[in-house]
Design a binder for this molecule. Sequence first.
Ligand SMILES: Nc1ncnc2c1ncn2[C@@H]1O[C@H](COP(=O)(O)OP(=O)(O)OP(=O)(O)O)[C@@H](O)[C@H]1O
Ligand SMILES: [Mg+2]
Length: 358
Amino acid sequence: MASDAQNSNALIEVKGLKTHFFLDEGTVQAVNGVSFSIDRHKTLCVVGESGCGKSVTARSILQIVDHPGRIVEGQILYHGDAAHNSAGGEVIDLAALNPRGKEIRSIRGKDISMIFQEPMTSLSPIHTVGNQITEAILLHTEMTQEEADARAVELLRRVGIPKPEDRLKAYPFQLSGGMRQRVMIAMALSCNPVLLIADEPTTAVDVTTQAQILELLDELKAELGMAILLITHDLGVVAETADDVVVMYLGQVVERGDVDSIFHAPQHPYTQALMRSIPKLGVSRHLQRLDSIRGMVPDPYNRPNGCMFGPRCEHFMPGRCDAADPPTIQLATNREVKCFLYEDEANSGSSKFTPAER
Ligand SMILES: Nc1ncnc2c1ncn2[C@@H]1O[C@H](COP(=O)(O)OP(=O)(O)OP(=O)(O)O)[C@@H](O)[C@H]1O
Ligand SMILES: [Mg+2]
């Protein structure tokens, strides 16, 4: 499997990650054996229908999984570099760190930061924008209050906030949705992270603001040399921003590869169905959510036997797909599919499966 191969560009290598929620009703296997890597300076998009484990995967990287969830298996290897000194060139297994410990707290917000879908859930309503940005700077650096204030102004200016000196004194509720999202990005960038995790960062803003924010993230990625893990429902966003793509279904990675292969030659029946669900031009963007695949995502307590996508798959093979967990097959470097359809040709390198009609 590619995930076991050495990849010198990898910043984060997630290997066999399992994050489960232990509820009275049963165990939710939210993330169930996920492997992928995030390369330095690249944007990795994670796509999949609601509830497939995208956010829990992202939260696992930062060890901010809500109770009663916890990482039960696997590794999240962070390859630090000398410039970003938390790891200083070593490899740290983030999955093995104490979620409340000093080590992960020094990485969170510094080496790796996260922005969320709804800025008001992570911005404090009772503190000014300036205080919230400088708090992270003062926590992680040796800067004085004045230096941190100057840095906050510079960050607000960089994310496109007019009159940044005045905005320092504003409270989040005094700003528009798009401006709040920019403040969140400024906060996330305050310590020059090597990885920015953005969980559905633009679903709460209008289309024009969405385009501006995505463009800003792209510019910042190049300027600051960071990697981005972008979680989105919107395949249009993926096409515009991703270098690499991970497709998730019910807590598992069903396919991964570079953005061109995923869009032009999707291999997993689920990815093919996602691609077919992209509405044609002229259809409202709201309908671009991935909800037009036949059938429903199963109840998390009632997972199917064998392949998780089996009950909805148009290529379902009785006695095979419902008998065992499909293997993850490497199709090329950095290109994997978890499906029995490719098992027989795993070593031949050819593909009998034609890409989905677009
Ligand atoms: N705090 C929690 N307690 C219990 N179950 C949870 C919790 N958070 C997530 N889950 C469950 O874990 C699974 C994966 O959830 P997750 O939030 O990662 O999905 P997602 O892919 O991000 O979906 P969406 O696109 O709707 O944001 C779901 O079945 C969800 O119900
Ligand atoms: Mg989510």
